[in-house]
Design a protein around this ligand. Structure first.
Ligand SMILES: Nc1ncnc2c1ncn2[C@@H]1O[C@H](COP(=O)(O)OP(=O)(O)OP(=O)(O)O)[C@@H](O)[C@H]1O
Ligand SMILES: Nc1ncnc2c1ncn2[C@@H]1O[C@H](COP(=O)(O)OP(=O)(O)OP(=O)(O)O)[C@@H](O)[C@H]1O
Ligand SMILES: [Mg+2]
Ligand SMILES: [Mg+2]
Lengths: 256, 256
């Protein structure tokens, strides 16, 4: 039965999509069946995996607002064992449309339930917000993986995200846990980065992934080619980091 | 009569808040009266200028949802000539509450009108979204300054932002113009960055600021001290970049 992991942080640009694409691809390359759900109207997970508008007919928006079955929206990617429910700008509309819908926080959960059985892992890439779409993702998820940069604004936002997670745990999704905190875009030359990453252990009591994702040009270039870094440049530091992260995630879940 | 400039881009982490804080501070140091409005529930512009929760009683949320007069929420900062309307996580609520309010896109405009006469420039720091709060900022603004990183996802989002701006220009705010595109966190060692920044001129016809903001550790450290980079380390590349940007903005507006 698939484990659902939301990748969330309301702070913008901390590497949510980069983590979603590359972790999902690495886990798929380790022979697990994986689904990536793009829950961001920017559609970066969709384009970062090489899908263009002509490649898909239905998006997550269609599943949320137009009653399309999730199985109809699922598309294969270039990565074996990795499929995606794509998104585009239309998803912005769902945030407003959901406001007056009964059980508005449980819509994505009911969509995920329909396909959960076919996958080992389902990752949900969230937009940088604590609005209704992100709340839907946290209600649908078993755990939440939180990418953070070791920078002031990113760490400042961590406690607010934890507050939101606590609210959801005490009501709409009591089984929600934190999968772990992932340090991204780490640049060991920056004095501040090593100082702050030490601080993280004081701000949260959650699991902090031992694998750190370093700042790496290949990671940044890969989405332009529509490929995860593992297919773009398998020998890069970025690829090694994400493969290590996948091992760590599977080991932590007793799944190797 | 104050010029209102929204700093917006739905892509997360491109340097909106960093630009808002440091450009507002630089323009204030050039003897203009400046107001910064923090329209992001993360409250990064507020904390980045050194304000803590105990330093203010009212926020932008109170002006939007509780009828508090903007003049009551305005706070001084450590920078002479720079004041701020602070924000905190409560602003998340405004996004949902505004949905069923008549003329919901014009609420911030009516708030700004009340104080516009007291300032030369008003900057609005937007959250990473195209939702109702950002739409309010674009309706209240005379122009919009668009920070972009020369990276794939950031440039991909530019055309969607332009679409939203066009929609607003054709209806709710016909006078809205693009103040300019600002390239941020530029790292000349990255092959991709110089390649893509050349592309920007093909994607948009708008003014592209000649001043480029380089990636600079001091810019990243300054908000931890609650100061703009000009007060944190006046001799840094970051300070020079933002001072040059302020000169370019004032010159472009015939205001030097
Ligand atoms: N380890 C890394 N090394 C170099 N560049 C990176 C790395 N991780 C992410 N990036 C780049 O940083 C930018 C921000 O990352 P990304 O878009 O994944 O963040 P995000 O949290 O998904 O953003 P948003 O809040 O807009 O959804 C992207 O251009 C991405 O290519
Ligand atoms: N020129 C720069 N050099 C180094 N670091 C920078 C620079 N500009 C911004 N940063 C850092 O990058 C991160 C993202 O910048 P910032 O928070 O200003 O972006 P934003 O667009 O406001 O993000 P959000 O979408 O969450 O509102 C911050 O940690 C900031 O300190
Ligand atoms: Mg993203
Ligand atoms: Mg910001």
């Amino acid at each position: 039965m698939g484990k659902v992991i939301a990748i969330a942080n309301q702070k913008g640009g901390v590497g949510k999509t980069t983590t979603a694409i590359n972790l999902a691809a690495a886990v798929a390359l380790l022979e697990k069946k994986v689904l990536l759900i793009d829950a961001d109207p920017q559609g970066n997970a969709t384009s970062g995996l090489g899908l263009k508008a002509d490649d898909f007919e239905y998006t997550l928006y269609d599943c949320i607002s137009n009653g399309v079955e999730p199985s109809e929206s699922i598309k294969d990617t270039e990565v074996p064992n990795l499929s995606i429910i794509p998104s585009d700008i239309q998803l912005v509309g769902a945030e407003i449309e959901l406001v007056n819908v009964p059980k508005r926080e449980f819509i994505l959960q009911s969509i995920v339930e329909k396909v959960k059985g076919r996958y080992d892992y389902i990752f949900i890439d969230c937009l940088p917000s604590l609005g209704l779409i992100t709340v839907n993702a946290l209600v649908a998820a078993d755990t939440v993986l939180i990418p953070v940069q070791s920078e002031f604004f990113s760490l400042e936002g961590l406690s607010k995200l934890k507050d939101t997670i606590n609210i959801i745990q005490s009501g709409m999704n009591p089984r929600l846990e934190v999968e772990g905190i992932l340090i991204t875009m780490y640049d060991k030359r920056l004095r501040m980065a090593s100082l702050l990453s030490g601080n993280i252990k004081e701000i949260v009591t959650d699991y902090i992934f031992e694998t750190v994702i370093n700042r790496n040009a290949k990671i940044n270039e890969a989405p332009m080619m529509g490929k995860p870094v593992l297919l773009y440049d398998a020998a890069s530091t970025g690829s090694r980091n994400f493969l290590n992260l996948a091992y760590e995630l599977l080991t932590k879940n007793g799944d190797t």
